[in-house]
Design a protein around this ligand. Structure first.
Ligand SMILES: Nc1nc2c([nH]c(=O)n2[C@@H]2O[C@H](COP(=O)(O)OP(=O)(O)OP(=O)(O)O)[C@@H](O)[C@H]2O)c(=O)[nH]1
Length: 128
């Protein structure tokens, strides 16, 4: 099982979502940006590092949500989500195909990576 952190990032009351590139696993699926936990790293360090590496911004973690464990046949992911706030930096996509800033009510319209769906649903239940 691979441990992967991801961030639900709020920017001006919108939510940042990213689309995986054609070359990545789960091509063109939408996800919350993030990535694999490295040895000796804690989950908060991981998510901040991955967000900087993938989309060039700094974030502040607000709250950890419930992990989503999903079996994709070729691998099983333990996805560890963090509600977070944008702090600084300009969005630059180093790996992803696209990004969107969406209203909460628009989130379910995307073609999500399967592991993200329970996280999207938990997030939608939070009153924010
Ligand atoms: N970052 C991220 N990864 C997710 C999400 N949902 C989900 O199933 N994943 C899976 O978790 C893994 C995250 O790893 P990653 O983004 O660092 O890795 P990758 O696929 O670019 O690298 P790899 O192809 O070298 O394994 C991916 O295989 C991806 O399919 C998500 O919301 N965010």
């Amino acid at each position: 099982m691979i441990n992967v952190t991801c961030a639900i990032i709020k920017i001006n009351n919108k939510i940042l979502v990213t689309q995986r590139s054609e070359k990545m696993k789960l091509p063109l699926k939408w996800e919350f940006p993030g990535g694999k936990l490295e040895e000796g790293e804690n989950v908060v360090e991981c998510i901040k590092r991955e967000i900087k590496e993938e989309i060039n911004i700094e974030i502040e973690v607000v709250k950890q949500l419930t992990n989503s464990i999903y079996n994709y046949e070729i691998f099983t992911v333990n996805l560890i989500p963090f509600l977070s706030e944008y702090v600084s930096g300009e969005i630059i996509l180093f790996e992803h195909n696209d990004y969107k800033l969406l209203e909460k009510s628009e989130l379910l319209q995307l073609d999500w990576a399967e592991a993200d769906l329970p996280i999207v649903k938990e997030f939608l239940k939070l009153e924010l």
